[in-house]
Design a protein. Structure first.
Length: 311
């Protein structure tokens, strides 16, 4: 009899949390922008909460194709964030992804005592589904002992009512990141965009390199999520960051001299002249020693070269 009562309590509690999640997803849905509230659909919200069978939309990183009769609505929603919002809202917030690592990377063993990290994510009018999927992926695919905290910086969004760290006025990406870094507590600071999906084993190699040398700044390989179908596609480990004479950041093939230095072992890190300035891990004290970001920068893109030259 007691076991039956326990089962009823567990089932009731689980159902309550599912309903709460569904309510929150519906309430904060981008469809709050729609004039016709009847356009809200319960089904995508339910899928976003409970789709774990790897057969739902976008599971294992597969493309999501929108039916022809919804193409016009899809195009209208695309204008909000410049990606297929309809597809994103159909995908589970904790969707499954393939393990795209090289076989040699899967068997790597890292030290037990790695530094922990604060993950700083800045957003401005970001779609809820992409922002929450970023957060889910960081939490679900990071060893809890290494994840000190996630710091969200709301750079004066106009469509988002939540307040995490909220800038009093629009300050731009760089100053918002600096605000997040200043508020963070981890030994290492890891910067990510608000529309990422971290894969299995993403964090340990970043922190391991910093443990070896605190003045090492480490960038992950940046894979691709299609803005049209949200298909997850593995990026190339045979490119590195550089720049042209106009000081534009570009990706270039890894030169033979770097392959020779690594003796053909593609699981070893690549030394790179410049790096993507928005997705990297850096020792907190070293970040301050080199002067952090230039707080006077207003426009996205310059941090790629600036951080590289500081390092």
């Amino acid at each position: 009899m007691r076991r039956f009562v326990y089962c009823k309590v567990v089932l009731a509690t689980s159902l309550m949390w599912v309903l709460v999640d569904v309510f929150l997803l519906l309430y904060f849905s981008e469809c709050n922008k729609c004039d016709d509230k009847k356009e809200r659909s319960l089904l995508p919200a339910l899928r976003a909460v409970i789709s774990r069978n790897q057969e739902g939309p976008g599971e294992m990183g597969k493309a999501v194709l929108i039916p022809k009769d919804e193409q016009e609505k899809m195009k209208e929603l695309f204008k909000i964030n410049q990606f297929n919002l309809m597809a994103s809202d159909l995908i589970a917030l904790n969707r499954s992804l393939p393990d795209v690592r090289l076989d040699g990377c899967k068997t790597k063993v890292y030290p037990d005592e790695l530094p922990n990290t604060s993950v700083v994510i800045v957003f401005h009018n970001e779609a809820w589904s992409t922002l929450l999927r970023t957060i889910y992926s960081v939490i679900n695919r990071s060893p809890h002992r290494l994840l000190a905290e996630i710091v969200l910086v709301d750079d004066a969004s106009e469509r988002v009512s939540v307040k995490i760290i909220r800038m009093e006025q629009r300050s731009g990406l760089i100053r918002a990141r600096l605000r997040g870094a200043a508020a963070s507590k981890g030994q290492v600071i890891t910067f990510l965009d608000a529309h990422c999906e971290c894969t299995l084993g993403w964090l340990e190699p970043l922190l391991a390199r910093i443990k070896e040398d605190r003045k090492t700044v480490v960038c992950p390989i940046i894979d691709v999520i299609s803005d049209d179908t949200f298909e997850y596609m593995a990026g190339s480990d045979m490119t590195y960051g550089g720049f042209n004479w106009k000081l534009n950041f570009r990706w270039y093939p890894v030169p033979q001299r770097e392959m020779d230095r690594r003796k053909g072992d593609r699981t070893l890190p690549v030394r790179t002249p410049t790096m993507a300035g928005g997705l990297f891990s850096i020792d907190r004290n070293y970040f301050e020693e080199i002067g952090t970001y230039d707080a006077g920068m207003d426009i996205w893109g310059g941090e790629n070269l600036e951080m590289s030259f500081r390092v």
